[in-house]
Design a protein around this ligand. Structure first.
Ligand SMILES: Cc1ncc(COP(=O)(O)O)c(C=O)c1O
Length: 440
């Protein structure tokens, strides 16, 4: 059988197994374009509708249970249910859902974040990673009085700062670059004056920076491309970029919205890099909508309302009490240094085990990433890449494992080592079973 026929078969079986999800989808598409409100979680041909989550399990409306290896695209690090968070949130709710005033809760969270990220001498809260990045970039342009924003191929800084086109096959190795599903669709991008540089290519980036030395106000980068395929930034590249930003007087922004969970002080601590501004989001809101940007005192103090000419920064839910309390509780009690180290080490071992098996099978797959954030890539040429990923995705679902259709594999604290071991066995089994297929 050919790969494409196997994918068709797996998809047909998926449709047959999920009539209630299809019914929900039909109802949803009456009000929501494509039946949803978040493109990244769409599944072709229709998504599963989840009715409940517990621990690391998801239960769909047709009664199937899945072990969740997406973990809400890294933000769901706590699992679906967490008693510590729940109790803190209930107490916060009892003290007033919305207060519309300064509270002690926001300074508690801010201080915990500063402790982890000394680069954030002062910080401000927002409601998403997207918003934090928009604020950081706009702040950098205002601070420098310049117009250009350097971003990187394959970069993702949020729904409005999305997937800057990959022009070169050089992110890791030529055959690794995804013919990314995302690149086949249009993205919405705020029309800043962008310079798009190649990720992990210091020489080419340096030329571009030098050619625009007096107009670049902001350089924003993920220390590991997240949505762009879990491609780690090379240490020499990232350190060199930090220096180049200083040389030309641009504000260097590290987007740690995903990578902040790779260590107690994020990837910046591991690499010994101090950005001028840093953005975080996702899990630091303890399960609620969250974003924050912060950095050098001389930049961030422009938001100090006592100063003449202070910059106004509003946001109704910036200091929502539930978010502030949930975030602080998570930082104090759950996202501890040993807990993060343990989770990331499980992720490193998982990636190594899967890659060793792929290698011994000469399978056209590889997992890239760092710690607990990883991505399965298919290395077949052209459109077969997508078919290769789809087949693994559908066959894992049949076995009760949920990964992102684009290949993201992200761990969470509710998982046990035996959950991860079972997942590794399932991935290897699925790929081994594909060995008889004709790759066409
Ligand atoms: C690196 C990075 N930056 C920013 C964002 C945007 O965060 P949000 O979805 O909270 O807007 C994401 C989301 O996946 C991300 O991965």
């Amino acid at each position: 059988m050919s790969l494409r026929s196997a994918v068709d078969e797996a998809r047909t079986s998926y449709v047959a197994r999920n009539p209630k999800s299809l019914e929900c989808f039909r109802r949803a598409e009456e009000s929501l374009p494509g039946g949803g409100t978040r493109s990244s979680i769409f599944i072709h041909p229709f998504p599963l509708f989840i009715s409940k989550g517990e621990g690391t399990s998801l239960l769909d409306v047709d009664g199937h249970e899945y072990l969740d290896f997406v973990s809400d695209f890294t933000s769901g690090i706590y699992g679906k249910t967490n008693k510590v968070l729940r109790d803190a949130i209930v107490t916060a709710l009892d003290n007033g859902i919305q207060l519309g005033a300064h509270t002690p809760f926001e300074s508690r969270l801010a201080s915990l974040i500063r402790h982890r990220f000394p680069s954030m001498e002062l910080l401000r809260f927002a409601n998403s990673g997207t918003e934090a990045n928009l604020l950081a970039i706009t702040t950098a342009l205002k601070f420098t009085g310049r117009t250009k924003v350097m971003v990187f191929e394959g970069g993702y800084h949020g729904s409005l700062l999305s997937h800057f086109e990959v022009k070169k096959d050089q992110l890791v190795e030529a055959e690794l670059v995804e013919e990314d599903r995302k690149n086949e669709v249009n993205v919405l991008t705020v029309p800043f004056d962008y310079l798009v540089a190649p990720y992990n290519d210091l020489a080419a980036t340096k030329s571009l920076i030098q050619a625009n030395a007096t107009s670049i106000g902001a350089i924003i980068i993920e220390p590991m491309l997240g949505a762009g395929g879990c491609i780690p930034g090379d240490a020499t590249f990232l350190r060199g970029l930090r220096q180049l930003a200083t040389d030309v007087g641009a504000v260097f922004i590290l987007d740690e919205v995903q990578t902040a969970r790779l260590g107690f002080g994020g990837r910046q601590k591991t690499l010994g890099i101090t950005p001028d501004l840093c953005t975080i989001g996702k899990f630091f809101g303890g399960g609620f909508a969250f974003g924050a940007f912060g950095g050098k005192l001389e930049i961030m103090q422009m938001f100090d309302s006592r100063r003449p000419g202070a910059v106004s920064h509003g946001g109704t839910f910036n200091n929502s009490p539930c978010t502030m309390v949930a975030g602080a509780t998570a930082l104090e009690q759950i996202l501890t240094e040993p807990a993060l180290e343990a989770l990331n080490s499980i992720g490193d071992d998982m990636r190594d085990s899967i890659n060793a098996a792929f290698k011994s099978l000469s399978a056209p797959y590889i997992v890239t990433g760092l710690g607990s954030i990883n991505q399965l890539h298919c290395t077949l040429p052209g459109k077969l890449k997508t078919a290769g990923l789809d087949l693994v995705f559908f066959r894992l679902l049949e076995r009760g494992y949920w990964i992102a259709q684009r290949g993201l594999i992200s761990l969470n604290f509710a998982m046990s080592q035996s959950d991860v071991d079972g997942f590794v066995t399932a991935v290897i089994k699925v790929v081994r079973e594909m060995q008889d297929l004709v790759m066409d």
